[in-house]
Design a protein around this ligand. Sequence first.
Ligand SMILES: Nc1ncnc2c1ncn2[C@@H]1O[C@H](COP(=O)(O)OP(=O)(O)OP(=O)(O)O)[C@@H](O)[C@H]1O
Ligand SMILES: [Mg+2]
Length: 358
Amino acid sequence: MLDNTPIVGLNEKACQMLGVVPTEAVGRPLGLWCPDETMAVWNRVFLDYISLKVSHEAETVIRCKDGSDLDVILSAAYPKRPDEQVFVVVGLVDISERIAREKALARAQLDLAHAGRVSILGELAASITHEINQPLSAIMANGNAALRWLNRPVADLDEARAAIGHMILEGERASRIIARTRAMAMKGSGEHSVFELKPTLEEAIEITRRQIGLLGASCTMHGCDTSVRILGDRVQLQQVIINLIVNAAQAMTSATCGDGRVEVHFRAEGRRAIVRVIDSGPGLDAASAARLFEAFFTTKTDGMGMGLSVSKGIVEAHGGTIAACNNAGPGCTFTVDIPIVLADEQDVDGGSPALRFA
Ligand SMILES: Nc1ncnc2c1ncn2[C@@H]1O[C@H](COP(=O)(O)OP(=O)(O)OP(=O)(O)O)[C@@H](O)[C@H]1O
Ligand SMILES: [Mg+2]
């Protein structure tokens, strides 16, 4: 329809906005100035016309002559005309400055969040260094001692064994310190409740919309409408999905491949809920695939390498699993699998379920 709707006139300001002189626009189809991604807006413009509304207003973009897109508020008014011909009066308000300011603000908020995480991680790193130094020194001292006992003309195996036993104990102490630190990094709301999965996922997608939009990506949800309920920390599980969506969007832009579309699929399979986050980015090479969930493993210049490690901790605390695999086509899929609360596991009064939080 847009290609069959010629422009019959435009004022000076409209010419400035589009970067044209009147003769370059008059008689040419409106569609030339409407990028494909704005078709949903134009569909509504025509639907409102058909349903006899007087006007339609929406925030969208128009394509200028130089190929750049201009953020505008578009208002389409449908004046009554006695003859058969249909006229639409399109008003455009340039809001590019406001949008640029909003984008700068979103970027600043992101940077702030990142800086916040860096400083928390800096503190964590300092405390890890401090606390782990001690078991490490003990491991080295015991290792040296074990070597000395073994290197004697007649090796003293009992002493060597005892020293190696100490090394193992100190190693266990170090991993307990790391586990505790990791738990600190996984701050959630601390509340465990029964919640519906679908709105939780929808909210996570909404939270990431702006952030991944800046990367040129978008996210859609695919799943059934039946109730799937989870017992656990809603905020933490949402954090997991947010991490996966952001990673997916980053993978597609960093390698400038993929169509920028992230898909979140969910379904219930018996007593488990399966959530998949699918991208069409570069996928995983064997070396990264093996180390994805390790703390501080990152291939990004500004990455912390904590997203997946923290996500794995959260999912496992909910009795679930998280895994990644390459797609048959481009990209990869992260799958989260967590137990669900079945209807008969709910108390009669609908209160606390008969499940225990792991
Ligand atoms: N969807 C994906 N496609 C390809 N590689 C991925 C994907 N998701 C994660 N990765 C790889 O796994 C690494 C670890 O991801 P993780 O989320 O733990 O850390 P990060 O994104 O690098 O940093 P941050 O802590 O800021 O999230 C990434 O650096 C990237 O190499
Ligand atoms: Mg990440």
